[in-house]
Design a protein around this ligand. Structure first.
Ligand code: PLP
Length: 284
């Protein structure tokens, strides 16, 4: 089941389209150049989770690409139309996409609602550390690299995952050329350290050219309420091995435990995983 709703100035609530039929021109620059942006969120019982955080990040990505996209209320109406058409009380993936569209025309934007992929969750991950080839200060120096924007140019991220799988691992943690821990190809890195009974939850520096994760942001807010101390890197690979738990977190897969990095075991903490999973489940 896939529901498609195009954002259309003539239809304030969006235009439902047939996902089984061709809908885009082959000349759309989202296809020919990967020139566009997207967001992926989870909907539970017909309600998108962290909607405002996703819409805010979409607007930031659009600014970075100087891409004119519909306003948040137009997206919200189209999402409502798509979720109503999907008519499913369970969990669904809601994807927002905006491309630069046809040359000379203007943005193409749509909402896609589909099922959560089977077998996505619950697996302990073996990950590889892979060099992303940029240093951790590149985002400030080279804004044209669009670090930290969620663009449609994910071919490199997907290639990294394929590389990991062909080398016997499940996923990837990117590192910078100056040796900092960055992020996963589709996730944010989290570590926990328990020191003198105080639980610290740490994520890499947001300014290191990574995508600011909406799940990490929401989890940090919930963890602070629950008494955790929060930290924002910088992290180096040794920090992962010396931690009391390493996770990859994202909106649809949620919290995934890392059990090994480059073939070496890292500490697993089922208690901390259960606590953090409970906190992220409580976020709306
Ligand atoms: N980092 C990257 C590169 C991502 O693609 C994603 C999500 O797909 C994330 C982090 C996690 O973001 P979120 O928690 O908002 O899903």
């Amino acid at each position: 089941m896939t529901v498609l709703v195009f954002l259309d100035p003539a239809r304030p609530d969006g235009r439902i389209a047939d996902a089984a039929q061709p809908q885009l021109m082959v000349t759309d620059t989202g296809i020919t150049r990967g020139d566009g942006i997207f967001e992926t969120m989870l909907a539970v019982n017909g309600a998108p989770r962290k909607l405002q955080a996703h819409l805010a990040r979409l607007a930031t990505s659009a600014d970075a690409l100087e891409l004119k996209v519909p306003s948040s209320d137009v997206w919200e109406r189209a999402i409502t139309t798509a979720l109503a058409a999907a008519d499913d009380d369970g969990e669904l993936v809601v994807k927002l996409v905006a491309t630069r569209g046809e040359p000379e025309a203007g943005a193409t934007a749509w909402v896609q609602v589909s099922a959560v992929p089977v077998g996505l969750r619950g697996q302990r991950l073996s990950v590889l550390l892979l060099d992303r080839g940029y240093d951790s200060t590149v985002a400030q120096r080279a804004p044209w690299l669009l670090m930290g924007a969620k663009t449609l140019s994910y071919a490199v991220n997907m290639a990294a995952v394929r590389y990991a799988r062909s080398h016997g691992a499940d996923d990837v943690i990117f590192t910078s050329s100056d040796g900092k821990v960055l992020e996963g190809p589709t996730s944010t890195v989290l570590i926990a350290q328990v020191i003198d009974g105080v639980k610290h939850l740490i994520t890499p520096q947001l300014e290191s050219g990574i995508l600011p994760g909406t799940s990490q942001g929401a989890l940090f807010a919930a963890a602070r309420e629950a008494g955790w101390d929060l930290g924002y890197g910088p992290l180096v690979p040794e920090d992962l091995f010396e931690s009391d738990g390493v996770w990859l977190i994202s909106s649809v897969r949620l919290l995934a435990e890392v059990e090994s990095i480059d073939g070496k075991p890292v500490t697993l903490s089922p208690e901390l995983t259960a606590e953090l999973s409970g906190l992220i489940a409580s976020v709306s």
